[in-house]
Design a protein around this ligand. Structure first.
Ligand SMILES: [Fe+2]
Length: 313
């Protein structure tokens, strides 16, 4: 295969999405521009603010001892439990002084190339809406609680904040090689569903998909079903993932420095040239090269997972 040469990128400019690159077909609402940013943050009702407070209280009953120390410290630094949905302007000011990141309101999931551009410029796009009482227990679309409670505390950690920016920058190359699925897998198994071993046997969650809900925090860190495997970027980028159920496998890092190093030092040109177009490994697979912390029983998956009434054990 021919080598694709990477021109010096100007990450401040919104990248063009190459015509042959598949990304989720999202309909841009008429009121947002090419940056997909909403004109203003939603004016939340008192019921919306109460939902935030109730979600916050629920998570605080579950997270101590299970969430990464960096996440718990981030919650405190930003005082996300001060009452009601945080105001993005004030949040951005506080986050800005810590790590230079800001939080911007977007209406929904946004296209990959726009998402990469915002991350590469240390802007975190957060869903403007909040779930209702009917969807209190589980919502698949990322709302403001998932995005702000789940993601923003980790952006107070200087090394993780740099990792997120590098992830955004990596999007340019993934688009050139048409390997967005592979890069998406890395996001999934780190930013959304990542675990960290803070001390031998002390596994904590730092992924927002885990930390913003009540069930997966316990399942990911303590249940017998899932595999817990030390992160290897090459292996993760070849691994399929499930978006509508608990994960059969979690990948564990030893530190955020290690995650950052593994990513920025990776020769992604070489990796992308050698990747199969689809995923090589099923999401429950354990393979020869894996450094396995816990081999899961997969009992939850084998009993049928979500919708079957299987216990998340
Ligand atoms: Fe997320």
């Amino acid at each position: 295969m021919a080598t694709i040469t990477e021109p010096q990128q100007d990450f401040t400019i919104l990248p063009e999405l190459p015509a042959d690159v598949f990304t989720a077909p999202l309909q841009k609402p008429a009121h947002v521009g090419d940056d997909w940013v909403e004109p203003a943050q939603t004016a939340y009702t008192s019921e919306d603010n109460q939902i935030w407070d109730d979600l916050f209280a629920r998570q605080m009953n579950i997270l101590p001892g299970r969430a990464a120390t960096a996440f718990m410290e981030g919650l405190e630094k930003l005082d996300l439990g001060r009452g009601g949905v945080p105001e993005f302007g004030k949040l951005s000011e506080e986050l800005g002084t810590l790590t230079g990141w800001s939080v911007i309101p977007v209406p929904m999931l946004i296209p990959d190339h726009v998402f990469f551009w915002h991350l590469a410029n240390r802007r975190f796009p957060a869903g403007n809406f909040i779930r209702t009482r009917e969807t209190f227990e589980y919502i698949q679309e990322p709302d403001v609680f998932h995005d702000v409670f789940g993601h923003v505390p980790m952006l107070t950690d200087p090394v993780f904040a740099d990792y997120m920016q590098e992830y955004g920058r990596a999007g340019w190359k993934a688009m050139r090689y048409n390997r967005l699925k592979a890069l998406g897998s890395l996001y999934w198994y780190t930013v959304e569903f990542g675990l960290i071993e803070e001390a031998p046997g002390d596994i904590r969650a730092y992924g927002a998909g885990i930390l913003s809900g009540p069930t997966e925090v316990v399942f990911a860190t303590q249940a017998k079903s899932p595999n817990r495997i030390m992160l290897n970027v090459d292996r993760v980028m070849r691994t399929d993932y499930v978006i509508s159920d608990l994960q059969p496998t979690y990948f564990v890092i030893e530190s955020f420095e290690d995650l950052y190093r593994q990513t920025v030092e990776r020769d992604f040109d070489r990796l992308y040239r050698n990747l199969a177009p689809g995923f090589t490994y099923a999401n429950s697979a354990v393979i020869d090269v894996d450094y396995v912390l816990n081999r899961g029983t997969q009992e939850y998956l084998l009993r049928g997972g979500r919708g079957s009434g299987a216990e998340p054990v």
